[in-house]
Every structure is written in C-alpha cells, then in structure tokens.
Write a protein that binds this ligand. Structure first.
Ligand code: ATP
Ligand code: MG
Length: 334
C-alpha cells in the first residue's frame, strides 16, 4: 500500500493556500486505502526566528487545524516533528549526502535568505535535507504538497538516489510528489505573482484560517484585480494572474474545475463575483475555524494526540534509522 507523508510548518498564520494546497488534500488522501503520516514540522519552523511561546501555540493550533479540517488521529498518524528524533538524525546523514551546489540552487533558499544570505541560518540552507529525511524516514512513497515544494521534492529524490548509489543498496524508495488540482498554487491577494504565504508581512495578502467572516469578505473585496469582466473559458485567464487566482480559489473550494466555474460566472464583473467567492470561502472555512477554537480549549487532549502519534511513528522510523546507520557503517549498541 502507498505510504503518504506531508508536513506544515507551525510558523503561525495558517492560510487558505495551506488549506487548499495541503490540508484539504490530506483529508482526501485519508479517504483512500493508504497509510498516512502528517507532521507539524517545528524543526523547519525554527530555520527562521520563532518566539518560543508563539511556536508552542502555533504547533497546537496547527494540530487543531489538522483535526478540524477532517484528519482523524486514529486513521492518520499526526505528529510533531521534534518528538520523533529520527527525522533530525536521518537529516544529519543526508547533510552528508547532499551537495552544497544542490542546496544553492533552491529557489526557496534564495527567496528566504534574501540579499543578506551570509546572515541566514545554516538550518535554512540545509532545510531540504531535513525535508528529505522527514519523508524517507518513513519510506513514504507519495508526498502531497503545493507547487512551491516541487523543487524540494526533486532534491529528496536526488538524495535517495545518491544514497542508494553511494552505498550500493536499494534501500530508500524514490518518493513521488503529488501536485494536482486548482488549489496547489494559491497566490497572494495583493500580488498575483507571489504565492500566498504565512511569512508575508501583509496580512491583507492572505486569508487566515482564523479570520472571521467579515475579515474574509473585506480581504476578498480588496483583493487586487483587473477592470475586465470574467472570461467564459480558461484560456481567457492567461495574462490575468489575479483573475486566475480568484477563479482557482473558487474552483478548489467548490470542488469544481476552472471550466465549470467559468461556465457559471463568465461575463460577470468582479463586483458581482467577489461577494460570491467571499460567501463560498466563509461557508467552507468557518466550520473549520469554529472547530479549531473549540479544540484549542483542550490543550491536554492535543498534547496527548501528538504524544500517541509520536509513539506510532517511532515504530516505523526507529528501525529505518537503525538500518540506515548499519548501511553507513555505524557500530550498533549491544
Ligand atoms: P512559510 O511562508 O513560513 O514558508 P507557507 O505558507 O509557505 O509558510 P509551509 O508550512 O511552508 O507554508 O507549507 C505547508 C504546505 O502548504 C506545503 O505543502 C506547501 O506547498 C503548501 N502551500 C504553502 N503555500 C501555498 C500556497 N500559496 N498555495 C498552495 N499550497 C501552499
Ligand atoms: Mg513555505
């Protein structure tokens, strides 16, 4: 059976892009006959500064978000990365497999390090090796992610391939990225050329899972658009990134294709379409928001779910790490 792994950083501001590009698709996978592991990747989050109190809160909030969106901790293994030490341990081995040049080509590194790369953390540079370890410490075969993670997935495949080759083994499976549907690249509401991000300084650029109905409606009303009416076919969205983004969001929220949406709304002005989109977004998101805050009232319950998840996870990861160490030549304890 396929084994699915994916993660989200507890870096605050869980948004519509995370929901459509990741969470909602995790829930779809859960309905299939697969083993799945979903992770709050706190070790990734600290590659940029996180206030310790905020990190704890964001991690629990993310766990609440996973469950509120429909993940069942009995069916899927829900974990907090730092509670499963094999992730970081395997990452060290992969740091020694990956090459500096591979890392330097990563666009996320270039974007997040910015002009002052000398001052970025070493962890931010090594991020993709830890991500490869997250996946491969489970021998996961399928990784549902947003479009922005495609390059990191390719790197994970390169690391698995190089490890197998260098040690002349057929140990790590080559994981498949799964990037499909209208929601895999949700763009900023303020700039159609930038993806919606937790780390964007502008709160108006994204719809947060914790936003109330009025805030959602206001952000959509203010979203950047062009002055033309909506086209009736997908090819009319070429060269109109903001229009395409809003249509994609509508399609992904409503479980429709872009063509189906345009068949209904083609010819409408944004002044008419935006309230429709706002209603749909509130309709789909507010039950999740409500359930999230209810779950957040019972922190002990969340902590127990994560502890139990880590136990189940380690039953998979500990033997894989041990076998990796054996392959590499590390003396086992007796
Ligand atoms: P940060 O800005 O801190 O990197 P992020 O918004 O990129 O935060 P991540 O935790 O890095 O969120 O990513 C979690 C998952 O959400 C990944 O699978 C990623 O591909 C997906 N994702 C992130 N942003 C978007 C987006 N705008 N559209 C679709 N999927 C997205
Ligand atoms: Mg990101």
């Amino acid at each position: 059976t396929p084994r699915v792994f994916s993660g989200i950083q507890p870096s605050g501001n869980l948004h519509l892009g995370n929901y459509l590009g990741a969470l909602k698709r995790f829930v779809d996978w859960q309905a299939k006959d697969v083993e799945s592991i979903y992770c709050m990747v706190d070790l990734h989050a600290i590659t940029v500064w996180q206030d310790p109190k905020d990190l704890q809160k964001s991690t629990r909030e993310l766990c609440a978000g996973f469950i509120a969106a429909g993940l069942d901790p009995e069916k899927s293994i829900l974990i907090n990365q730092s509670q499963v030490p094999e992730h970081a341990q395997l990452a060290w081995v992969f740091n020694c497999v990956a090459r500096m040049g591979w890392m330097q080509r990563m666009t996320q590194w270039k974007d997040k390090a910015g002009k002052n790369a000398q001052n970025a953390s070493l962890g931010l540079f090594a991020y993709p090796a830890l991500m490869a370890a997250d996946i491969l410490t489970y021998h996961a075969t399928h990784v549902p992610v947003g479009e922005d993670q495609k390059q990191h997935l390719e790197l994970a495949r390169d690391i698995a391939t190089k490890f197998n080759h260098d040690y002349d083994v057929d140990f790590f499976p080559i994981p498949e990225p799964v990037i499909e549907g209208a929601g895999t690249r949700v763009m900023s509401l303020r700039d159609g050329s930038k993806k919606m991000s937790k780390s964007d300084v502008s709160d108006a650029s994204r719809i947060n899972l914790t936003d109330d109905a009025d805030t959602i409606a206001k952000k959509i009303r203010k979203a950047k658009t062009d002055p033309d009416a909506l086209p009736s076919e997908a090819k009319g969205l070429e060269e109109r990134p903001e229009a395409r983004n809003l249509i994609n969001i509508y399609a992904a929220l409503n479980g429709q294709s872009v063509d189906q949406v345009l068949a209904d709304v083609g010819g409408k002005q944004f002044s008419e379409f935006k309230p429709m989109l706002a209603d749909l977004a509130v309709d789909k998101m507010s039950p999740i928001t409500t359930e999230m805050s209810r779950l957040m009232e019972n922190q002990d319950e969340i902590d127990k779910i994560l502890t139990r998840g880590a136990e189940r996870a380690r039953a998979i990861t500990a033997p894989i790490l041990r076998k990796t160490y054996d392959i590499v030549g590390m003396v086992p304890p007796v």
